[in-house]
Design a protein. Structure first.
Length: 173
């Protein structure tokens, strides 16, 4: 039995653009010829890799920034109380040395201009459910690890979506 033409077309790529999901063959190039992005991933077997680990890094802070655009360029720390610890910090706050599980008083010292937000677990759980639904639109084979993290088995999805698993993952992300 031969492979369907749609699947044959996908096999043989060795690189994927992380911004537009374009697939590439041949020698390594520095920029995507489709969108000019420098964010390319190259791997000899990228067209055959099927298990993905999805982690929404700084998830709580990302949700808060999504819901309040005024926070876009501000350091954001999710946590509370002088005796509490940092649940997460956005990348801007991390440049000041703030990190998860750090005592709040130390985080405030390291980044005095940070916006401190108390965790809203009901909101984060609802957004996690939305992310999970998005994952399920690509594959039913999901192994959740936490509120913002899961393994996805994307084997067989190239027939459904017309792209290799790596390209599907870029589209999903």
């Amino acid at each position: 039995m031969t492979e369907p033409a749609r699947t044959r077309r996908i096999r043989g790529i060795s690189g994927v653009c992380r911004d537009c999901a374009a697939g590439f063959t041949g020698p390594v190039i520095g920029r995507c010829t489709n969108c000019n992005s420098p964010r390319l991933v190259w791997h000899d077997e990228i067209d055959r890799l099927t298990v993905a680990h999805l982690d929404c890094d700084a998830f709580y802070a990302a949700v808060e920034k999504r819901d309040n655009p005024e926070l876009a360029n501000r350091p954001v720390i999710i946590g509370g109380g002088q005796r509490g610890v940092v649940a997460t910090a956005c990348y801007i706050a991390r440049t000041y040395g703030v990190h998860s599980a750090q005592p709040m008083f130390k985080a405030r010292q390291a980044c005095p201009d940070a916006v401190i937000i108390s965790p809203d677990m009901a909101k984060y759980s609802a957004v996690s459910g939305q992310v999970r639904q998005l994952m399920e639109s690509w594959t039913p084979l999901i192994q959740p690890l936490s509120i913002d993290e899961a393994f996805l088995d994307l084997s067989g999805t190239e027939r459904l979506h017309g792209k290799c698993a790596a390209q599907s993952l870029v589209t999903l992300a």
